[in-house]
Design a protein around this ligand. Structure first.
Ligand code: NAG
Ligand code: NAG
Ligand code: NAG
Ligand code: NAG
Ligand code: ZN
Length: 464
């Protein structure tokens, strides 16, 4: 039954435009949606997240609507789904000055390839991996000692860290209703451009008790960007989440996992912890590989669990909110996952005992692991609150003690104990590892051990 429903999905629309068609642009904030369907807005309340959450028809859900708090700020942001830079009006002169001070301290690592992940001609020494470039070696322990390790796993045995990338998705109501029905929470990695396109859906994620992290402004390969662009991608995603939901996030996941020490440094300066994964469903590829292939991937993680792979520490699993197919697959497998992963299926913040993951203290409190294990799913969560023009993110972070910028010196002040407690698992420095999972489906060529040419990685579209 599920298979039939999935196969009926409009895959062409996803491939051709999908997330990239949007109503907002810096040029014309009020442009109406270019939907083929007549907008059924009259029948629905599309002014609150509660109203939006009532819509069960996917076409209606994905018909654009106008949301005044977003209209008030959209022109101050970079163009939706385009690489961010600091020319947008939404960064204050003060924050720009802070960026310039920061820039002098950013590791001198050259950008590589392009935002679509074409690394043709890029020269990199994968043997020494000087920049801890994940895409090449799966490195998650930075070479720069002051940087925090990436988070790659849940410490608690037999846990499944439920992480959903690329949202908010306009058609997520059925899946989110299901999660509510089983009182299941996740970590949601939001793309800033999607947050401004689908603000009420973004709010629902927070209101339902999920943890929110950033997944950049426009979903580029981050190591391809200049310092300024990389900073702006993180800055404006953080700002969009703050202005639409009311929270200042302190975690992010690099699109495609593409991160190195330069990008980690910029993220830490913006008070954001890098979160990767140690198990991958490859679910976004259901469109090209078919559902059985993805079911095999899920089953492989379950089999690994049965074989004891998570007896010492748990998984953080990469899944996506990107379309109805990935969400339905997750729904299909969750009952079995919950049965087998006896340590719990939980958001990353919970398995890290990070009960207050946002800068706003006191208002958004999540359970720690012990509380979760004894059944608590939410402690106290203020309502999502759009807060247009609500502030200077770097200075907010400074107030929280997360980052200190003085003159040209940046200290992200990771606690020494926290910095090294997350050890990567399943990553190797081999050339083979560099050219497998993340680039699955991509053609590639490796020349002389030092030149890696990864061509056509964008062919699979918005992946990871
Ligand atoms: C930032 O620093 C790099 C060198 O590390 C330099 O090439 C670039 O021009 C600087 N950008 C700005 C906006 O100052
Ligand atoms: C299951 O474990 C094997 C062996 O460690 C690993 O290669 C594979 O990637 C795992 N499956 C998934 C989907 O993580
Ligand atoms: C969400 O999912 C729908 C249905 O699969 C898809 O058409 C749409 O492009 C997705 N993306 C966003 C950003 O909502
Ligand atoms: C979380 O707290 C529990 C005690 O409630 C402790 O056993 C566990 O080690 C902590 N986990 C982390 C990642 O700090
Ligand atoms: Zn992604």
């Amino acid at each position: 039954m599920l298979a039939v429903a999935l196969l009926a999905l409009p895959t062409l629309a996803w491939a051709a435009s999908g997330a990239h068609s949007h109503p907002h642009s810096a040029v014309n904030a009020a442009a109406p949606a270019t939907s083929k369907q007549p907008a059924p807005t009259a029948a629905y309340d599309r002014t609150t997240w509660q109203g939006e959450a009532q819509i069960k028809d996917a076409n209606a859900e994905c018909t654009y609507y106008s949301y005044p708090p977003v209209n008030a700020i959209i022109s101050s942001y970079p163009v939706i789904w385009k690489t961010a830079d600091l020319s947008a009006a939404g960064i204050s002169a003060d924050d720009k000055a802070l960026f310039r001070a920061l820039n002098a301290t950013i590791p001198q690592i050259q950008p590589r390839g392009d935002r679509a992940g074409n690394f043709q001609g890029v020269v990199y020494d994968g043997n020494t991996d000087p920049d801890c470039w994940w895409t090449y070696t799966r490195c998650t322990t930075p070479k720069i000692a002051s940087l925090q390790d990436d988070v790659t796993k849940c410490d608690e045995p037999n846990t499944w860290g439920l992480t959903l990338d690329d949202g908010p998705n306009c058609s997520h109501n059925a899946y989110f209703d299901y999660l509510n029905s089983i009182n299941q929470k996740a970590t949601l990695f939001y793309v800033g451009s999607n947050v401004l396109d689908w603000p009420l859906e973004a709010q629902r994620g927070l209101a339902d008790g999920h943890e929110i992290c950033s997944h950049t402004w426009s979903h580029p390969y981050m190591t391809s960007l200049t310092n300024e662009q990389a900073f702006a991608e993180l800055y404006f995603s953080k700002k969009a989440i703050k202005e639409v939901l009311g929270i200042t996030v302190r975690c992010w996941r690099p699109p495609y996992g593409d991160v190195d020490d330069r990008i980690r440094f910029i993220a830490e300066a913006l008070d954001m912890r890098t979160i990767i994964w140690n198990a991958d469903t490859d679910d976004y590829n259901w469109i090209t590989q078919g559902l059985p292939a993805i079911r095999k991937n899920y089953q492989s993680i379950l089999n690994n669990q049965s074989a004891g792979a998570y007896d010492d520490s748990g998984a953080i699993v990469l899944t996506h909110e990107i379309d109805a197919g990935t969400m339905q697959l997750n729904q299909e497998f969750l009952p079995q996952i919950m049965k087998q992963f006896t340590g719990g299926v939980l958001p990353v913040a919970v398995c890290m005992n990070n009960t207050e993951p946002y800068v706003e203290q006191g208002s958004y409190v999540y359970p720690n692991y012990a509380q979760w294990a004894s059944g608590t799913r939410s402690v106290s969560l203020a309502a999502p609150t759009a807060a247009p023009n609500s502030g200077r993110l770097i200075l907010d972070a400074q107030a929280s003690g997360g980052v200190t910028i003085s003159g040209a010196t940046v200290s992200s002040a990771p606690s020494a104990s926290a910095a090294k407690q997350m050890k990567p698992s399943g990553t190797t420095g081999s050339l083979a590892a560099a050219t497998t999972a993340a680039q699955s489906g991509a053609s590639r060529a490796v020349v002389s051990g030092l030149i890696v040419a990864l061509v056509g990685m964008i062919a699979t579209g918005l992946a990871f």
